[in-house]
Ligand binder design. Structure first.
Ligand SMILES: [Zn+2]
Length: 239
């Protein structure tokens, strides 16, 4: 499955970024401050990485880390690993911008635990199941700077669009800042909401216009409570 996608990405033009998507990455990277960092989690090192690197380099010269995702490391073959390193080496020799990118980390629980830098921008450039992408983002979110953004790639796929919906939806912590082609930039929501509710408990924030369906949230938490109570009742009967 993953290999099919790898082939598709390597051979098909569809997966390469348009000029406007490249400009979008370049600009987003250029805004990151010098004392903050960008991490790109990607199965592949491609033109997106180079655009981020040029933006960072010509902007405030923040550090840019490109890491393979934890799910790619697990089933990575020796061959693929060598191939990736060869590509990186070729580009580093020929391209000063590629030399600007730090490839020395891989995404993992361990890397997240030991991470010391404030992240201003996470680029999630992977093709994976929803659960996998969710796990990657949730791990890294604890290192986000106060106004940090996340760029989600491949939003035309079901999995990425679900992540986008999830992060910016009813209980999400982010708001959509900008979309460009298949990319979406979301940013941590800093608003201290002031909800105005209508008769069906549908809220709208008077400051940021964010909407939230309180009735749905209440239903969800009640059904969770019921499940929990039923479970603990059963357990006390067993005792
Ligand atoms: Zn608000």
């Amino acid at each position: 499955m993953k290999n099919e996608k790898a082939t598709a990405k390597n051979t098909s033009e569809n997966f390469y970024l348009s000029d406007s998507e490249c400009r979008f990455l370049y600009k987003a990277a250029g805004k990151v401050l010098h004392n903050e960092v960008i991490i790109e989690i990607g199965d592949y090192y491609d033109n997106a990485t180079l655009w981020l690197a040029s933006g960072a380099h010509e902007g405030n010269q923040c550090k840019l880390y490109n890491m393979q995702s934890r799910f790619d490391l697990i089933d990575q073959t020796e061959e693929a690993h060598t191939e990736r390193n060869e590509i990186i080496n070729i580009d580093t020799e020929n391209n000063a911008i590629a030399g600007y990118i730090d490839f020395s980390y891989s995404d993992s629980d361990e890397t997240v635990r030991r991470w010391k830098y404030k992240i201003a921008l996470i680029c999630l450039n992977v093709f994976h199941r929803y659960d996998d992408m969710h796990e990657i983002l949730n791990g890294w979110e604890r290192h986000l700077a106060p106004k940090a953004g996340v760029i989600i790639f491949n939003c035309s796929t079901l999995e990425s669009s679900q992540i986008l919906k999830d992060k910016t939806g009813n209980t999400g912590k982010f708001v959509i800042e900008q979309r460009e082609g298949s990319l979406a930039l979301i940013r941590l929501d800093k608003c201290i909401h002031h909800w105005m509710l209508d008769s069906s408990d549908y809220g709208i924030c008077r400051y940021c216009n964010r909407t939230r369906n309180f009735r749905k949230m209440l239903k969800e938490s009640r059904s969770y409570e019921t499940r929990r109570r039923t479970l603990s009742n059963k357990q006390s009967l067993i005792k």
